[in-house]
Design a protein around this ligand. Structure first.
Ligand code: 0O2
Ligand code: 0O2
Length: 212
């Protein structure tokens, strides 16, 4: 167990640091009074049981986890609109506190399951008392609709261990198409939505000023 604690420590540190940094990007948009392309950010270290399962399924030797399992540290950035995703990816590419090692675009190439998301794998330097340690982390960027679908599908996957009954499989496919259409519809009224959001932000700021 001590071995796992030691192995996972830099991943835990990376997730905590990256959550602060990526949430900070949202705060900076708010400060500029511009619409943030980032709705919210979450992060987690993969539980040991999931690491072992994935290593087993993918034939990754345990002494190769560091190089071959890219999502032991995982972050998610949720956006309101599909177009925001490309903006967020550009912001990530422009940062110099980590290096991008791979990008996987499951938006233009959705998975057979219906899964859509943009994955960016980074190499992130963690500062430790023994010096710098670079670890891999995966940032998943998706819309709220993509996240809704993936979260539900993930729970069902857990329940059925990937072997979905035919009717559930069909419904999930249809739900994925509906989520895709929802994103398209929202994109068409993006201007209207953002105007309303800016209006409410201004009103909130005004109220705050009146109180001070
Ligand atoms: P489960 O069973 O997976 O749902 P905060 O208080 O916001 O600073 P906190 O409480 O540490 O942060 O958690 P956060 O960051 O809000 O979100 C943790 C949840 O995000 C996890 O839930 C994951 O579901 C999800 N998550 C975030 N990023 C990833 C990722 O890259 N991969 C995966 N698989 N999941 C991610 P739990 O708590 O682990 O439970
Ligand atoms: P968790 O922590 O349970 O979410 P592979 O695992 O072989 O598909 P690989 O090479 O690890 O793929 O990378 P990929 O596909 O870019 O990213 C894997 C992660 O993407 C998964 O983590 C999920 O978080 C998410 N993902 C990929 N495909 C699907 C899908 O069909 N449905 C859902 N809900 N999520 C998906 P894990 O390993 O499942 O871990």
């Amino acid at each position: 167990m001590k071995h796992w604690d030691q192995f996972l420590a830099p991943y835990k540190q990376a997730v905590e640091e990256l959550k602060v940094k990526l949430k900070g990007m949202r705060g900076q948009f708010e400060m500029d009074s511009s619409n943030s392309p980032i709705e919210f950010v979450t992060g987690r270290v993969k539980p040991i049981a999931s690491i072992l399962d994935k290593a087993n399924n993918k034939g990754i030797a345990l002494d190769k986890l560091e190089e071959e399992m890219q999502d032991i540290a995982g972050l998610r950035m949720m956006c309101q609109f599909v177009d925001d995703i490309h903006g967020v990816v550009s912001l990530l590419r422009n940062r110099n506190d980590f290096e991008i090692v791979e990008e996987r675009n499951y938006i233009s190439n959705k998975k057979v399951s219906g899964y859509r998301s943009y994955h960016v794998v980074i190499r992130y330097p963690v500062q430790t008392i023994h010096g710098e340690k670079k670890i891999l982390a995966e940032i998943q960027i998706r819309t709220l609709a993509m996240n809704f679908w993936a979260t539900i599908e993930h729970s069902l996957n857990y329940k059925y261990k990937g072997a979905f009954p035919q009717d559930i499989k069909l419904r999930l496919k249809r739900a994925a198409e509906a989520a895709f259409r929802l994103d398209e519809e929202m994109s068409l009224i993006r201007g209207e939505i953002q105007e309303a959001q800016a209006f409410f932000t201004r009103k909130k700021d005004q109220k705050q000023e009146d109180q001070n």
